[in-house]
Design a protein around this ligand. Sequence first.
Ligand SMILES: Cc1cc2nc3c(=O)[nH]c(=O)nc-3n(C[C@H](O)[C@H](O)[C@H](O)COP(=O)(O)OP(=O)(O)OC[C@H]3O[C@@H](n4cnc5c(N)ncnc54)[C@H](O)[C@@H]3O)c2cc1C
Length: 314
Amino acid sequence: LSIGGDEQDQVDKARTLRNETRRPTVCALEEILYQIIPVLDHGFIRVVDYMGDDAAVVQAARVSYGTGTRTVSDDRALIRYLMRHFHTTPFEMAELKLHVRLPIFVARQWIRHRTASVNEYSARYSILDREFYFPTAVNIREQTKDNRQGRGEAVTDRDADAIIGLMREDTERSYEHYLWMLNEEKDPSRPSVARELARISLPLNTYTQWYWKTNLHNLMHFVQLRADPHAQFEIRAYAEEIMKVMMKWVPVTFEAFLEYRANSKQLSATAVAIITEMLKGNGAPSGLSKLSLRERKELFETFGLSLPASSASK
Ligand SMILES: Cc1cc2nc3c(=O)[nH]c(=O)nc-3n(C[C@H](O)[C@H](O)[C@H](O)COP(=O)(O)OP(=O)(O)OC[C@H]3O[C@@H](n4cnc5c(N)ncnc54)[C@H](O)[C@@H]3O)c2cc1C
């Protein structure tokens, strides 16, 4: 990962500063505060601020005056209860602010999460760096045949190299044209095109940056959708790093999140009826035929199984 000497100096300097506060802090998060956490080839996340911790969730739920007198196990049980029963507002009391560097195509997916505050680097005012995302050879895959979104079979190493070569060639050419249009060297034989115009033919793999602030409830929603295997690999890489930050910041909430959200499964009413019959010991799940083939497949996948041929034709 390349960040310039200036940027690294600013991070190092920020990390030497100390502030006194009466507010609760989280040691494990203080340890990584401001630090660059690399993602993809030139991207990163870094925590620039946070408010609250697991105790803030508990305090809000109990509307208490201070840290309270309950035990750690009471607090854990309460957080798990809140998570299980979708009592979500206490989780809105803790907030996280990240600085993120990400390719524009990832930013387009990320920005769809509307319940956050965002401020993006302005390519109308500033010149974009020569920083682009290129997938590694193992991540170059064919279009999946199962559904319309996503990646399927791997391609040969030779094809992967050729594809990455094309991506690099197109990207380099676009960036050279961008620099030519900007005319920072002030060549009098051509105009210096406005930055807001020169940028418009840059490719989607160009890196951008933003500050992104959201509360713990919305953060969990983001992570649930974007760390999921159905999400695109590149945004998943960011969501997975954010999960590691969550684990340090709010370990009790994180544990409950894994249990009741990320690793839990949702079932349709028909699926519940089928499983109820099976649990009652009523033999083969005859109700399967009430589900479409796709739903049947998904039901088996929910339990890590593939649909048996005998159930595929019912
Ligand atoms: C695997 C995957 C594939 C996707 N594919 C596509 C695609 O093909 N095309 C596409 O356009 N998008 C696609 N999306 C984006 C998706 O539809 C959502 O826009 C995105 O995940 C943000 O989710 P959200 O709206 O729940 O989040 P947020 O915007 O953070 O909203 C959180 C919650 O707040 C509430 N909310 C926020 N704003 C409103 C509102 N205006 N009205 C009502 N309720 C609101 C909703 O309950 C919402 O769930 C995809 C997302 C994923 C994860």
